[in-house]
Design a protein. Structure first.
Length: 450
């Protein structure tokens, strides 16, 4: 009986512990072995292998086949370069205690470019920097968006003060852009606590700092503007799709994208002169209705001796779409050739931690394997708070893909949960048979056997 139990349970246990298989894998090439966290930009080969629209059958494994903490992130851009800094001319103005409501009249002398040459507060005596509680800053020469003002204070400064930030284009009309900003610089027993920058949601040619709550003097030595660098657009990639549909097909031209690419833009290319008004539709599979994604819009190409001019791509309605099947329908004009549908996307990024035993491999394409959730979004945010907003995991690359289980991984099989349920029922049935057999054996021997 024990042998029978082992023979029945062993195949079920082996099946239940089988590791889910994937269709393909790509060896991950690390830029260095000590980065800790890495990011991989997905390529077209990976997208064509993924079988799910939520990208859950995409994972990173170590050399022993164990999954590591991994998550898919939005395209690795826009990515800002580190901010730059520029010196800001500043002017101290005296505010009397009965004028702390901000009614500060200024008399300024400016050059042709609007830069302040001299500044005087009307009806008050001239202010000296050491005793000033209100200030005007000249940002007219700063190019770019100012994120914050950064103050260099006197080394022995003991300040805990609140200010209001106002903005103006002409030094006459002012509007409040920051109702309360705190400036802090405290020292005690060799330790220093400081917050000497004022963030700006918006800025103008001129700013002024007005004291609140009887703020003490602010001993400023220097003021810098922290200037945001322009954002870099993520590089767009395009899938050019062709069709064998007849030009006379009234239902339009149909295309197979063959993967859950995050499509955001659409374009139509032609080899000769053309001007067609198109409508683009898509759907996830053959059993779902077509949904309009763009258009109608006119896609044209005109070539002459001065060169060729063509229409620009258009945006998909409602953001990125992962549908596999696409259709072009001419609303106006008659195509003379089968068009080429160009679908634009920005590759997403997989971020993973260097856990387990390297080397690592990216795997994709499975009907039943699913990536386990990992809090890497929170990890990246925490790292950026510690090391700056421009921190990114180290960029790893993918080698050429190689086959694993192939199409067999995309077929529906019994899941580990199914095997566990099957094993449980098998054990229960076998146990019932054993108990029943023992009871029958005792009944056949009769009372004397007991």
């Amino acid at each position: 009986m024990k042998r029978l139990l082992v023979m029945v349970a062993l195949p079920l246990l082996m099946a239940a512990s089988t590791t889910p298989d994937y269709a393909r894998q790509w060896a991950v090439q690390l830029p260095s072995a000590d980065a800790g966290a890495y990011r991989i930009e997905l390529n077209a080969d990976v997208y064509r292998t993924i079988a799910t629209s939520d990208l859950r059958d995409l994972d990173v494994l170590d050399s022993l086949g164990n999954p590591v903490a991994a998550e898919v992130f939005a395209p690795d851009a826009p990515l800002a370069a580190p901010p730059t800094r520029g010196s800001v001319p500043w002017f101290a103005v005296q505010v009397s205690n009965d004028r702390d409501d901000g009614a500060l009249a200024l008399i300024a002398q400016r050059d042709a470019q609007g830069r302040i040459l001299s500044l005087q507060a009307q009806s008050t005596r001239a202010a000296t920097p050491g005793e000033a509680r209100a200030f005007v800053f000249d940002l007219s020469a700063i190019q770019g968006r100012v994120e914050a003002l950064e103050f260099a204070l006197r080394p022995d400064a003991q300040v805990d003060a609140a200010f209001r930030v106002d903005a103006s284009e002409d030094l006459q009309q002012w509007r409040t852009i920051t109702p309360r900003a705190q400036v802090l610089s405290l020292q005690q027993e060799g330790r220093r606590l400081a917050r000497t920058d004022v963030a700006l949601e918006q800025a103008s040619r001129y700013l002024r700092l007005m004291p609140l709550d009887a703020a003490p003097a602010l001993p400023i030595l220097r003021v810098d503007a922290r200037i945001a660098s322009p954002l870099k657009d993520a590089p767009w990639q395009w899938q050019a799709l062709h069709t064998a549909s007849s030009v006379a097909d009234a239902k339009g031209f149909e295309f197979d994208l063959a993967g859950p690419f995050p499509i955001e833009r659409v374009d139509v290319a032609s080899s000769g002169n053309a001007a067609i008004e198109w409508r683009v539709e898509s759907r996830a599979d053959d059993g779902t209705p077509w949904i309009v994604r763009a258009g109608p819009w006119i896609a044209y190409r005109v070539s002459d001796k001065a060169g060729a001019s063509a229409s620009a791509p258009v945006e998909i309605f409602g953001g990125a779409v992962r549908d596999r099947y696409w259709r072009l329908t001419a609303q106006s004009g008659r195509p003379t050739e089968s068009p080429t549908l160009r679908l634009g996307y920005r590759p997403e990024v997989v971020v993973f931690l260097a856990q387990g035993k390297p080397p690592y491999a990216l795997v994709a394409g499975s009907a039943r394997a699913r990536r386990v959730d990992a809090p890497l979004v929170n990890l990246v945010e925490a790292m950026q708070q510690q090391r700056g907003d421009t921190w990114r995991p180290a960029a790893a690359t993918l080698a050429a893909g190689t086959g694993l289980a192939g199409d067999a991984a995309l077929e529906q099989h019994m899941t580990p949960q199914d095997w566990r349920q099957m094993l449980l029922w098998g054990v229960l049935v076998l146990g019932a048979l054993v108990v029943g057999g023992l009871a029958l054996h005792l009944l056949r021997k009769g009372p004397d056997a007991r």
